[in-house]
Design a protein around this ligand. Sequence first.
Ligand SMILES: Nc1ncnc2c1ncn2[C@@H]1O[C@H](COP(=O)(O)OP(=O)(O)OP(=O)(O)O)[C@@H](O)[C@H]1O
Ligand SMILES: [Mg+2]
Length: 223
Amino acid sequence: MTEKISTGIEKLDELTSGGFIEGSFVMLSGEPGSGKTMLSNSFLKEGLNNGENCIYVTFVEPEEKIAEYGRSMDIDYSKYEKQGNFKILDRPVGEEMHVEDLTTEIIDEVNSMNCKRLVIDSLSAWILGFPEGQKKRRLVRTLSRLLDRVNCTWIGIVEHTPKIEEASFEEYLADSVIYMETKFKDNVLKRELKVLKMRGSDHARNAYGYIIDEDGINIGGPK
Ligand SMILES: Nc1ncnc2c1ncn2[C@@H]1O[C@H](COP(=O)(O)OP(=O)(O)OP(=O)(O)O)[C@@H](O)[C@H]1O
Ligand SMILES: [Mg+2]
């Protein structure tokens, strides 16, 4: 039986027929400033509120920034950290060797904390250390399988303009893909969220407008 877990955003739960599939790899793709980090924070907030242990791996912004975003969304990451329920791994984009070491580190941490929700911000920055396409794919696949085995649901953020015609290997490997599109229309910034796929589950097929405010992502009606 496929178990669903709440995404932390009520409307996104609706669009995904009840949330993300437990243990699955959710790829979140979007332009700069489209709200990928915000959505990921809501996902972790939901887990922490439910007593699940969570890990945030950051290659993009420093640990202090993540804590600050958390505070602005009413998440006290430092409290959860002290209790042993949360960990931020702030790591530089490394060389090939370090990419493999970090995979082992993540899996070890997930196992020792019994982590149920993980965010990698961003997968693109992390695998920059791998020059070869095949190795990148193998790494993401291995990670994905190991996390599935221990029912750890994870968001892998991918930094690119979401375009199905230019789908990357992550889109094929991921169990679910969410596009957060940001574009200027008549000189005004417009945002749209789309669920591209969700293996083994029904999901919304429309594009949905959304805004970002201090509470996070607010998804509106279909376009
Ligand atoms: N309190 C707020 N009120 C309104 N909009 C906000 C607020 N906080 C953040 N935003 C919007 O959210 C954007 C940042 O979202 P976020 O950091 O999640 O994007 P991102 O997709 O992770 O970007 P990047 O790829 O650069 O990391 C800001 O550029 C701004 O437009
Ligand atoms: Mg971000």
